[in-house]
Design a protein around this ligand. Sequence first.
Ligand code: Z2T
Length: 812
Amino acid sequence: MSESFAVTGIRSDDLSLPEPTPEHFRWSLLNHLQYTVGKSPEHASKFDWRMALSHAIRDRAVNPWFNSTRRTWAEDRKRVYYLSMEFLIGRLLEDMTINLGLRDVVAEVLDGFGLSFADIAEGEPDAALGNGGLGRLAACYLESMATVGCPGYGYGLRYEHGLFKQSFDHGRQVETPENWLAEGTPWDFTRTESAYHVGFGGELVEEDGVQRWRPGSQVLAAAHDTPVVGYGGRWANTLRLWSAMPNADLFDLGRFNAGEFAAASEPEALARSLSRVLYPNDTTEGGKQLRLSQEYFLTSASVQDILRRYLAAHDDLSRLPEYVAIQMNDTHPAIAGPELIRLLVDEHGFGFDAAVDVATRVLGYTNHTLLPEALERWTVGLMRQVLPRHLQIIERLDTQFVELQGSRPDPVRLISGDQVNMGDLAFATSHRVNGVSALHSELVRKELFPVHDELHPDRIVNITNGVTPRRWLKLANPELARLITDTVGEGWETDLERLRGLEAHADDPSFLDAFGRAKHRAKEAFAGWVMGEHGLGVPTDALFDVQVKRLHEYKRQLLNILWTIARYQRIKRDPGAGWVPRVKIFGGKAAPSYHTAKDIIRLINDVSQIVNNDPDTRDLLRVVFPPNYGVSMAEKLIPAADLSEQISTAGMEASGTGNMKFALNGALTIGTLDGANVEIREHVGADNFFLFGMTTEEVAARRAEPGHARAAIERSQALRDVLQAIAEGTFSPDEPHRYGGLVDMLWNSDWFLVASDFDSYDAAQTEVDRAYGDSGRWQRMAVLNIARMGYFSSDRSVREYMREIWDIEPAL
Ligand code: Z2T
């Protein structure tokens, strides 16, 4: 902590920047180039210009940021704290520029130097501090909180290495470390004065009859703040990311001087490892000690910071729930309950029950999955080793929870056997628990927490996910955004229901034509990028059929590639049958230890080799899988899509958010009744959605039928032909049995019901062909999709959180 050196007599307002005219902005850019980056215009590289531009833009974020912060203090407002192990931010330069209303000014100034904004922005590395949907949702929510004027903070970890970089070696996924900080980031302000000690391990000692925790080691959490500016620049919040700093005394200078360099640095390296790397698992948990330590590191630093801020303006911690809401993004920060209780009891003199009451009224828990392998459980042994005091608190909560269940014969436990169940703990210490789509929330109630729900019938609520239309329409798809503004006027960016105005134009040929041109240009832009970057050729007059998301068996990329093979065989058999040309586009990463997912990646790449090089089919069918899918690739690809593949086994995808981004950009969906697909279909209309597959109930029933996979394959000639070709090595001639395991799995177990849904998927794809063949009909359907997607703005989601969970009034 550094001592305050406040100077009075100079007001921050007196330092406000002048209006952002092109003249001033030009000056600011050159000033940063010369005096921040230290380069002259004659010698500046593209990187130097990007840094200078980013600093000039960041300057403009500071005033809205200060103003929002000051108002929150002055009006003593309630704040929300969004605790998340992941924030999948992507790039920030263009996003900030748009939200600050500076896009035209910046373009004009850069133009004057003969520089291209797009070209400069393209050099920014993605901040890939997340795995997939959960992390990207956190980023959308932060942006929406700033846009609707919800005072709040995002709290996360400043991983040195985000999600690994993916490349392919002969079709196989190869992971290399991602290094987004290698050239420095212009966005964050390092606040070394906001640092907290986070303790680990050690022991419990009794002192005057009370238990005290004496941690065995401590690591410093240092804050790095990035301003998050809402659209229009009227409000800004803070994303505070912690990095681990070893205590200076961890470095053993004596050993170093004695020549033991590595040994001297070891404790230091161990401490730093807390913010070294993001775990690459999306929906599975490793049960690793480092992961638990990372979770506690995030949570403890954040809760300490929250209490410090509260106590700077208040003294009565029993009123904390009037001023503080903490949202836990899944169970990853669920140690927040015990941590808050610990601080209230051990440091602030609360009784246990009063502390539990305060903590519970402050905390909310969002569940993002029902998959059993994703539900976090830590062994009691590990808990005792890393967090002995927290384990003690959890044991007491468990006893109380069992008492609450009265004489129930087999009570639900927070600790069962030697496992601490983090979902049950999160539920027990939260006043609200939410699922992320209507279907998912219903399943959370019925399948995951039926006993909790009976005890607390008002606790579970649904908040259907949403996405920010600023990044996912205005930024990603400027051409379509302009057409929308020309058609329905300004204002849709913050009031997405205004897209309804497009419905009146859904039969207007000149409007549909303009829509068709915008889509086609997005396809050409993507094709140009994928050729330039990966040397992959893509015909832009074909139907772009896209599945991009993490690789997982439940998401069923396998179903998609099997159908693609069936298409290939059909074209080979009857080349002149008037096939609609298709480009099947795949993107996504597999967790490094998820072997089946990696086999599926390899199969897709192997199929692309055969199909794309077959002169009989290459004009009618192409398979492309550009490596290293992430936020920035999504921004290029989603606007170019005609068809969005949302084909998970019903009941398994909690929500999906890619599904929303595609429909918002005028792609039609082929999908199951899963997650938010259900609500998307209700909103856009059943006629404008290609539905297939079993329902959640049918899935459960089918799984109980022995031999269901074999029976389904025997019913389907097309599927049988596909599996035979794979088994014969058609796509792996150098190693015919490469996919023996996959094929065997499909015949004999097929938990995800790929075989059972194959024919239904095939029929829906035939409908897709028919609809695409009539381009007027297709475009009408696409426009109706866009027009009816207003509900899926993350502004709507955030307002629901504010009303139903956080009890926060907008400041705007
Ligand atoms: C994740 O991205 C999701 C769920 C998780 O459960 C973990 C991760 Cl990293 C622990 C996804 C869901 O799979 C997806 O359906 C949902 O749309 C997204 O979270 C945001 O809610």
